[in-house]
Ligand binder design. Structure first.
Ligand code: IPE
Ligand code: IPE
Ligand code: MG
Length: 243
């Protein structure tokens, strides 16, 4: 059983319902220590478990992690292979979350992943389907543009089957056909490592998200840093186009 987590968020803070995290900076973390990039990915993967537990202790309902983008296939094969191996290993460990009443979901195009990985993903999703203390969403081979494309394809199929007409195409319908179907829009997107861009993460879902950037590299990002992001979020005035 994991140690209980002691959080220190000041009283009265609103905790965002859905936080998206771009787990960036693993490579630089390793380079700074003269180690191969894959060691950075290993440390980053460990940290994802720690931060998930912390987020749950804070009362966050959905956390979506950007683990591998549709563009990350451009990296050298040995790095991609090392990342895929880590996913397999962590999918076994992610099962521990099931015991903590956490639902696990995956978003992204699975067809390019290995069969073993796809099978493990499906089984974790099925086994955690009814858990509701928090939903952990892992974006693997995910791209926001690909997500929208995937939604449009689903909708075209509905139209070709005569189930919908042009008038039925609404923002809600597009949303229901994204990989994030039933997951509320992102409230806060956190990107460590100093980069200030979305890199094709939840582009539709973050239309009104608040963004928080920090120079800390992902493997060094701690529960306290998550709290700092939430404190900054509480200082934002979300107007949604109003006044
Ligand atoms: C993020 O860390 C992990 C993945 C994209 C899989 P990076 O590997 O991008 O680390 P940096 O940005 O090179 O430091
Ligand atoms: C975004 O990081 C993808 C993930 C963290 C999985 P990248 O390191 O791939 O993004 P860029 O290339 O700096 O935009
Ligand atoms: Mg990077």
């Amino acid at each position: 059983m994991a140690k209980p987590i002691v959080t220190s968020l000041p009283e009265g803070m609103t905790v965002p319902e859905h936080i998206g995290i771009i787990m960036d900076g693993n490579g630089r973390w390793a380079k700074k220590r003269g180690m191969p990039r894959k060691i950075g990915h290993r440390e980053g993967a460990k940290n994802f478990r720690t931060i998930t537990r912390y987020a749950k202790a804070l009362g966050v309902k959905y956390v979506t992690y950007y683990a591998f983008s549709t563009e990350n296939w451009k990296r050298p094969k040995d790095e991609v292979d090392a990342i895929m191996d880590l996913f397999e290993k962590y999918l076994d460990e992610v099962r521990d979350f099931i015991e903590e009443n956490i639902r696990v979901r995956f978003i992204g195009d699975r067809s390019m992943l290995s069969e073993t990985l796809q099978r493990k993903m499906k089984s974790v999703e099925e086994d955690s389907l009814h858990f509701d203390s928090m939903t952990l969403v892992l974006a693997i081979n995910y791209g926001g543009r690909n997500d929208i494309c995937h939604s449009v394809k689903n909708i075209v199929r509905l139209a070709l089957d005569g189930k919908i007409t042009e008038q039925d195409v609404t923002e809600a319908l597009i949303e229901q056909n994204l990989y994030t179907e039933d997951i509320p829009a992102a409230d806060l997107i956190i990107r460590p490592s100093g980069e200030q861009r979305l890199s094709n993460f939840l582009i539709w879902q973050s239309a009104y998200a608040e963004f928080y950037y920090t120079n800390i590299l992902w493997p060094d990002f701690k529960g306290k840093d998550l709290e700092d992001a939430i404190i900054a979020f509480n200082d934002r005035n979300r107007r949604y186009g109003g006044i």
